[in-house]
Design a protein around this ligand. Sequence first.
Ligand code: DGY
Length: 321
Amino acid sequence: MSRVIVTGRVPEEAVRRLEAEHDVDAWTGRDPMGREELLQRVAGVDAVLSLLTERIDEELLEAAGPQLKVVANAAVGYDNVDVPACAARGVVATNTPGVLTAATADLALSLILMTTRRLGEGERIIRSGQPWKWGMMFLLGSGLQGKTLGVVGMGGIGQATARRARAFGMDVVYHSRSEIDPQTAEELEARRLGLDELLASADVVSLHCPYGPETQHLMGAEQFAAMKPSAYLVNTARGPVVDEQALVAALEEGQIAGAGLDVYEHEPEVHPGLLERDDVVLLPHLGSATLETRTAMATLAAENVLAVLRGEQPPTPIRQR
Ligand code: DGY
């Protein structure tokens, strides 16, 4: 029997699978385990099932010890995991691609609708108790039919978002490291553009790229200035892909029409300049937050742990590009 730590609360099914084969220390607190507690509890474990709120770095790997075999991150993004440091110690690192694609794309589309149709604003009016009446010119938003969605990062989630946007009558352009497969490009009638061209032509820019040194502040002052004043930004990827200070300035100056954010540069803190704006929709990182999806993520992470501890290939190892 090996020792496994689960660093945060996850759906029961994942813990049950691990417990069937191993000695499991599963955190059940509502808030994530504190760093100090984690560094103590990780000592001597063979496997870590981590959440995106935990930093898996040299310090943690050292605290765990040389018997550690696998870090299974229950997220598709793995910017919280020092993958080269894991590799240097012979620790297998895994993530959970695929299982949260639909849920995250659903949320991106929700943010597109919320921003363009001013749904947050409308809801706030009702809740505030202020008087309102139907009016021909009351809270007019903008429609999606015939508009252009610019997808930045055309992996699985970007493609799934594009597919949903097509159902709402949008045209699709994308910016990505590589061309998508020709069949999908044909199905979505999607054209690949350089970032500048995409920013100049999109009515909604939706971010789906991974976060790393290359994408830090990919959207900054220059990029907002290149967007149409009537365009919206949606971010369901990672907060630091957007320079929030520059976003606030762009909104203030009317360089763009609004933004829908599920992730934040200094998560869980939100830039105060965003909090006070009506043209911004703010969600608390809910991209994959359905019971079905979180169960699939946690059980896939558990399967990755179990495979490595059995000496087998894990289903979804992180393949760094
Ligand atoms: C991920 O898996 O990277 C998502 O951000 C979780 O919702």
